[in-house]
Write a protein that binds this ligand. Structure first.
Ligand code: SAM
Length: 210
């Protein structure tokens, strides 16, 4: 993919900066952490964590299962899942500043620092996971999807958002099925959901069975 293939300049500058960047993203999120909730939730009406959380809750009845919030950021999705009754919740993200804010919400039992462009080698894989906001235009690529899916045990359920603008511009649907076949997991559903309302960006929520 080249920068010519994507049109991100029509988005708010804070989003375009994140979508257009492949390098130093960890530092970028470290620097964004303090104003992230105000920028995205308050200014831009970012609702992806609630929309995907509702899809997750509709599929995972047992509130005692071990759940991983992948790319937990400041903990918006984790706090929402906790409010819906999930009791065993951990989070993972590569930004230390994001993780520090997530910890303050006191909804996670454990927080991992991990970069999902690489495998996360877990002694005890999770029962299921929610991943909101990780897959968009830049790294990680959709070809890194298996690094997320492999965090659950075989048979476990994953609910993973993909930015809808990236989904269309990068024609990700065929790629998602190719990655699923390669790494032997099943796409059970692809659900359209809200994402960043003020920017008119929707999402595709992948429901995956490992
Ligand atoms: C758009 S935010 C979403 C955060 C949170 N899930 C939410 O809905 O508010 C993307 C998050 O992914 C993290 N992230 C980006 N690339 C990552 C990578 N390669 N590995 C781990 N975390 C990453 C960022 O630090 C950031 O917290």
């Amino acid at each position: 993919m080249s920068k010519n293939d994507i049109d991100i300049d029509r988005f708010d500058a804070r989003l375009a900066a994140a979508y257009g960047r492949d390098q130093d993203k960890q530092q970028q999120y470290d620097e964004w952490a303090a104003s992230y909730d105000a920028d995205l939730v308050d200014d831009l009406d970012y609702v992806a964590w609630r929309a995907a959380g509702d899809i997750f809750a509709g599929l995972v009845e047992d509130r005692s299962l071990r759940v991983l919030d992948v790319a937990c950021g400041t903990g918006l999705a984790g706090e929402y899942l906790r409010s819906l009754g999930y009791q065993n919740l951990d989070g993972a993200d590569f930004s230390r500043e994001m993780l520090a804010l997530a910890e303050k919400r006191k909804v996670y039992d454990r927080l991992w620092q991990h970069d999902f462009t690489t495998a996360m080698d877990l002694e005890e894989p999770y029962d299921c996971l929610l991943c909101v906001g990780l897959f968009a235009f830049a790294v990680p690529r959709i070809t890194d999807l298996h690094h997320v899916v492999n965090c659950v045990a075989p048979g476990g359920l994953c609910v993973i958002t993909v930015n809808g603008a990236a989904w269309r511009q990068l024609s990700l649907e065929a790629e998602v099925y190719r990655v699923a076949q390669l790494h032997e997991f099943e796409i059970e559903q692809i659900v359209e959901a809200e994402y960043i309302r003020q920017q008119g960006i929707d999402s595709r929520v992948l429901v995956i069975r490992r």
